[in-house]
Design a protein around this ligand. Sequence first.
Ligand code: ZN
Ligand code: ZN
Length: 307
Amino acid sequence: MKKTTFLQDPNALWLKGNLHSHTTNSDGCLTPEEMKEAYKHHGYDFLCISDHQFYTDTRAMTDKDFTMIQGFELYSNATDDKDIHVHYLWEDSIEAIKPNTHCDLPERTGAASAKFAYEMREKGCFVQLNHPHWSFLWSSEIEDENPYHAVEIINYGTEWLENTGDGSVFWSEMLYRGVKLWGTGSDDNHNHAPIDDQYSDSFGGFTVVKARDRSSKAIMEALFTGSFYTSTGPQIYDFYVEDDEVHVVCSPCERIWIMGHFRQYQRKLGRHVTEFVTKLKGTEKLVRAEVMDAAGRSAYTNPIFLE
Ligand SMILES: [Zn+2]
Ligand SMILES: [Zn+2]
């Protein structure tokens, strides 16, 4: 039987998006409208304006070719009170979150942060732990039982700023412990430099969902079910386990790794490698794929859990 996190629907669409961006409603330099136009112009299908401590209501900006996801980013704390940033994403409206208003925790503590995150999850939010490396957060500081659906494993804004945008090791460590989290990628752009300048923090990290249509509901369903991959460049066209084989299909790359937990990796190297089919070792608790192109840009599938 075929196992995959990608939606199995012959009419499904691959949609490219940025789940994390800041506008003039917090510390960004573009207005929400300028941000939408920039991403639409660069071939994206969806965008979330996720201002700090402020819900920018962008529902009226969705058009037939471009979908706005709702959300914000909240200054929060881990259980040990270390400062972290947590992302809240939703499709249309969430009880108690008022459009175009500030959102703050009643107090900035680990306990208040966790309580709020669990409440928002209960109300239907997708809850994400942002840029762990930039926050100097160690995976041991997040409990096995936590409110998160995902961890942000690519954060282009902090990679561009100080090369701290890679959360993939943090994510691997959580997966090794048996914690089930999806891995997302985004720009976290603030646009202090012009959009096409070499110092621009836009268009470097993205999430591609496989969704049944372009609606915010379908995009959110894809996020909740892991029907997506994240990338700084390469594309992934399929990833699945069938019988005792694992299959990955991607745009031309130089390296494909199949990762399990701990040392159950397998690899295929070469020029213009677009497919890898290999036998499972039989002891993997999960498998996922990482691919890297000739420019060193990477893409990551979500894990397929095998037990
Ligand atoms: Zn942040
Ligand atoms: Zn941010």
